[in-house]
Ligand binder design. Structure first.
Ligand code: IPD
Ligand code: CA
Ligand code: CA
Length: 276
């Protein structure tokens, strides 16, 4: 029988306890992913370029079991199974068990476990674990943002000319007119450099750590952004949609930056150059 370690109540729980639980769960799921990577996994296709593996599903089960064991009344929104409602609870864990599945399936070590937590609709903590590099990114409203327990901060870069930017493409790139190729072409000509890493959650962590100066993407899901958005916010970054409105992780559009280059990024996103 599942044991409850915390009394069921609508009172806010201690952030330390929530964070400790998310960290332990992310490390357990990260170890599981490395194990699958070493021993092999099965691949299925959600569409011709959208993969899912048994490692994604096993990591998700591991995370939900771990968190539910500590907080049995909490709700979940997880990529592979959607919403799991236990009962009305102000807490909603938003989980991507493996962000960067295509990388993982090809043996390219750029993937992570991503765990965000909403309390009454506000994202209050984020934990992202990259098991290949043993890098743990954490943030909460009370503790700021850290990488392996050391505080992190966004970069000081003030111009696109000096910026290293990052983006990604959705799995419907072949069908959707909003495929991001126009914006990719424009930023390629305006930034110092442009990357596509294949893990939106790590892209956000790298903005928070000052490794990238800015990130944008369309058609993302809440589980791609929940944890990373808290980490960027607590590292001093700015998060909006393409119009400059505060980010909603439910509205698919994101611009995350060090703040200094944010308006310049919005300008490019809203004023396509002719011919691109
Ligand atoms: C994907 C990655 C990728 C982004 C895609 C996401 P997944 O998530 O974050 O970087 O460009 O839009 O769907 O499928 O690897 O969890
Ligand atoms: Ca994802
Ligand atoms: Ca995923």
């Amino acid at each position: 029988m599942v044991q409850s370690h915390v009394p069921i109540s609508s009172e806010p729980l201690s952030t330390d306890r929530l964070l400790e639980t998310a960290i332990a769960a992310s490390r357990e799921a990260g170890a599981l992913l490395l194990n699958y990577s070493a021993r092999g996994f099965r691949v299925e296709y959600k569409n011709p370029i959208n993969l899912v593996t048994d490692a994604d599903r096993a990591a998700e089960q591991c995370l939900i079991d771990h968190i539910r064991n500590c907080f049995p009344s909490h709700r979940f929104l997880a990529e592979e199974r959607g919403r799991v409602e236990q009962a009305p609870s102000p807490y909603l864990w938003i989980i991507d068990p493996l962000d960067g599945t295509t990388n993982f399936a090809h043996g390219y070590p750029a993937y992570c476990v991503s765990i965000g937590l909403e309390y009454r609709g506000r994202c209050i903590l984020g934990v992202i674990y990259d098991p290949s590099r043993d890098e743990l990114f954490t943030a909460s409203e009370t503790c700021g943002a850290q990488l392996n327990d050391r505080p992190i901060h966004v970069s000081e870069t003030t111009s696109l000319d000096n910026s290293l930017l990052v983006t990604g493409f959705a799995y419907d790139i072949r069908e959707s007119p909003r495929n991001n190729l126009d914006h990719f072409a424009q930023f390629a000509l305006k930034a110092q450099g442009l990357r596509r890493t294949g893990s939106a959650a790590l892209d956000l962590c790298y903005v928070a750590a000052g490794r990238f100066d800015g990130f944008w993407e369309v058609r993302l899901n809440p589980w791609d952004m929940a944890a990373g958005s808290v980490i960027v916010r607590e590292a001093g970054g700015r998060l909006t949609d393409f119009s400059g409105k505060d980010l909603s992780i439910y509205e698919q559009e994101i611009v995350a930056s060090n703040g200094h280059i944010h308006e310049a990024m919005l300008d490019v996103l809203n004023h396509p150059s002719p011919g691109t």
